[in-house]
Unconditional design. Structure first.
Length: 126
Protein backbone atom coordinates (compact mmCIF):
# COMPACT_ATOMS: atom_id res chain seq x y z
CA UNK A 1 0.00 0.00 0.00
CA UNK A 2 1.46 3.44 -0.93
CA UNK A 3 2.48 5.80 1.86
CA UNK A 4 1.27 8.98 0.05
CA UNK A 5 3.13 11.66 2.00
CA UNK A 6 1.28 14.96 2.13
CA UNK A 7 4.23 17.37 2.19
CA UNK A 8 8.00 17.64 2.42
CA UNK A 9 9.01 18.13 6.04
CA UNK A 10 12.80 18.41 5.75
CA UNK A 11 15.48 18.49 3.08
CA UNK A 12 19.13 17.65 3.79
CA UNK A 13 21.76 19.65 1.91
CA UNK A 14 25.32 18.31 2.07
CA UNK A 15 27.93 21.01 2.77
CA UNK A 16 31.70 20.97 3.30
CA UNK A 17 32.04 24.19 5.34
CA UNK A 18 29.14 24.71 7.75
CA UNK A 19 29.94 28.34 8.62
CA UNK A 20 30.21 29.33 4.95
CA UNK A 21 26.96 27.50 4.13
CA UNK A 22 25.15 29.07 7.09
CA UNK A 23 26.16 32.53 5.87
CA UNK A 24 24.84 31.76 2.37
CA UNK A 25 21.48 30.38 3.52
CA UNK A 26 20.91 32.98 6.27
CA UNK A 27 22.52 36.15 4.94
CA UNK A 28 22.05 35.80 1.17
CA UNK A 29 18.89 33.67 0.87
CA UNK A 30 17.39 35.05 4.07
CA UNK A 31 16.22 31.77 5.60
CA UNK A 32 15.44 31.80 9.32
CA UNK A 33 18.05 29.88 11.36
CA UNK A 34 16.39 27.51 13.81
CA UNK A 35 19.22 25.76 15.68
CA UNK A 36 22.52 23.91 15.42
CA UNK A 37 23.03 20.34 16.59
CA UNK A 38 26.01 18.02 16.85
CA UNK A 39 27.74 16.67 14.83
CA UNK A 40 27.95 19.79 12.63
CA UNK A 41 24.29 20.14 11.65
CA UNK A 42 22.41 23.41 11.17
CA UNK A 43 18.67 23.82 10.63
CA UNK A 44 16.75 26.58 8.83
CA UNK A 45 13.06 27.19 8.15
CA UNK A 46 11.67 27.87 4.67
CA UNK A 47 7.89 28.07 4.79
CA UNK A 48 6.68 24.68 6.01
CA UNK A 49 9.92 22.91 5.05
CA UNK A 50 12.95 22.58 7.31
CA UNK A 51 16.38 22.66 5.67
CA UNK A 52 19.18 20.67 7.32
CA UNK A 53 22.79 21.47 6.45
CA UNK A 54 24.89 18.38 7.04
CA UNK A 55 28.52 17.34 6.51
CA UNK A 56 29.27 14.82 3.74
CA UNK A 57 29.24 11.12 4.52
CA UNK A 58 32.11 10.63 2.08
CA UNK A 59 34.18 12.61 -0.44
CA UNK A 60 31.65 12.34 -3.30
CA UNK A 61 28.47 13.42 -1.52
CA UNK A 62 28.77 17.23 -1.50
CA UNK A 63 27.23 19.22 -4.33
CA UNK A 64 24.46 16.77 -5.22
CA UNK A 65 21.40 18.47 -3.73
CA UNK A 66 18.91 20.59 -5.66
CA UNK A 67 16.42 22.71 -3.76
CA UNK A 68 13.93 25.02 -5.46
CA UNK A 69 12.76 28.09 -3.53
CA UNK A 70 9.57 29.98 -4.32
CA UNK A 71 10.21 33.75 -4.45
CA UNK A 72 7.67 36.52 -5.00
CA UNK A 73 9.89 38.61 -7.31
CA UNK A 74 12.47 36.52 -9.14
CA UNK A 75 14.26 39.51 -10.71
CA UNK A 76 14.67 41.21 -7.32
CA UNK A 77 15.88 37.96 -5.73
CA UNK A 78 18.33 37.41 -8.60
CA UNK A 79 19.62 40.99 -8.35
CA UNK A 80 20.08 40.71 -4.57
CA UNK A 81 22.07 37.48 -4.85
CA UNK A 82 24.22 38.82 -7.70
CA UNK A 83 24.97 41.89 -5.55
CA UNK A 84 25.95 39.45 -2.78
CA UNK A 85 28.52 37.84 -5.08
CA UNK A 86 26.54 34.80 -6.25
CA UNK A 87 27.18 33.70 -9.85
CA UNK A 88 24.16 32.34 -11.70
CA UNK A 89 24.19 29.44 -14.14
CA UNK A 90 20.93 30.67 -15.64
CA UNK A 91 19.30 34.04 -15.23
CA UNK A 92 15.53 34.32 -14.64
CA UNK A 93 13.59 32.87 -17.57
CA UNK A 94 10.26 31.19 -18.33
CA UNK A 95 10.48 27.39 -18.25
CA UNK A 96 6.81 26.43 -18.57
CA UNK A 97 3.26 27.66 -18.76
CA UNK A 98 1.07 26.18 -16.02
CA UNK A 99 -2.56 27.02 -16.65
CA UNK A 100 -2.73 30.80 -16.91
CA UNK A 101 0.68 31.32 -15.24
CA UNK A 102 4.25 31.36 -16.48
CA UNK A 103 6.75 29.47 -14.31
CA UNK A 104 10.06 31.35 -14.01
CA UNK A 105 13.38 29.78 -12.97
CA UNK A 106 16.90 31.01 -12.18
CA UNK A 107 19.73 28.67 -11.10
CA UNK A 108 22.85 29.25 -9.02
CA UNK A 109 24.97 27.18 -6.64
CA UNK A 110 25.65 27.46 -2.95
CA UNK A 111 29.29 27.54 -1.73
CA UNK A 112 29.43 23.71 -1.82
CA UNK A 113 28.20 23.36 -5.38
CA UNK A 114 24.62 22.37 -4.51
CA UNK A 115 22.21 23.69 -7.11
CA UNK A 116 19.84 26.37 -5.83
CA UNK A 117 16.75 27.11 -7.88
CA UNK A 118 14.66 30.24 -7.55
CA UNK A 119 11.13 29.84 -8.91
CA UNK A 120 8.28 32.26 -9.35
CA UNK A 121 4.84 32.08 -10.94
CA UNK A 122 3.36 35.08 -12.78
CA UNK A 123 0.30 35.65 -14.90
CA UNK A 124 1.04 34.30 -18.37
CA UNK A 125 2.47 36.76 -20.87
CA UNK A 126 0.78 37.21 -24.22
Amino acid sequence: MPVNPSRIMQIAVVVRDLDRAKAFYADLLGLRHLFDAPPGLSFFQCGEVRLMLTPPEGPETAGISIVYYDVADIEAAHRSLVEGGVAFESDPHVVARVGDSDLWLALCRDPDGNMVGLMSERPASA
